[in-house]
Design a protein around this ligand. Sequence first.
Ligand code: SF4
Length: 277
Amino acid sequence: MTKKTPAGKPAAGRKTAGDKPESRTALVRRARRINRELAEIYPYAHPELDFENPFQLVVATVLSAQTTDLRVNQTTPALFAKYPTPEDLAAADPEEVEEILRPTGFFRAKTRSVIGLSKALVEQFDGEVPGRLEDLVKLPGVGRKTAFVVLGNAFGRPGITVDTHFQRLVRRWRWTEETEPDKIEAAVGALFPKSEWTMLSHHVIFHGRRMCHARKPACGVCPIAPLCPAYGEGETDPEKARKLLKYEKGGFPGQRLNPPQSYLDAGGRPAPPLGAG
Ligand code: SF4
């Protein structure tokens, strides 16, 4: 039986007995509608790492592996106060950097990465973060995901960030059957104009972090339920679903200590500094 959404409509994209598979045109239309809806739910969507320049963003993105953006944001103020430039970090004593990075986990490997990355910036790029994908991915600890975050958010070049949330949500929405990040990136990229890629990534990741959680999505309060083939995978009771919401949607602080003004204007609150709660 076709699942019903809160609006009483059959959930989109779900194939049931008698249903026709979704055409390519219908898929493109539905995917773009989901993105438009998400833009209304999260008009303030933004990268959730605090940064003031491309160097800070590339370092913060490397540090964000296996931890939350919140934990990175609570750690980087001390790091950048002590080592504001690639030259400073390239010449740093690894033990002192390890001490600062300890709260982010895997701090020895991350220390090696950020010092190695700073050395490469100094030696190969005059201490500047390069604005080209092929250069960025040559830096130690920088893969395609990190490179696209940097290109999209520090250089204004469109990029799709295929992180764990992005992978889970596009699968739930049946945007692609692919499972490898590079193939997901290509398949989803083909559904949208290039100019929308960066904001699309923010919208999807915001939704994954706030509402469409891995274990229990808050389907009962999800505004895109009528467009979602996975409606019902999570909590459908609106009252219970509301309690699952996170960050500003649940009335809690966000991940950034210095969020953009648009986030504060929408009622979002800054994250507390390290040790403050
Ligand atoms: S919360 Fe539920 S309805 Fe909303 S996108 Fe996720 S799975 Fe679909």
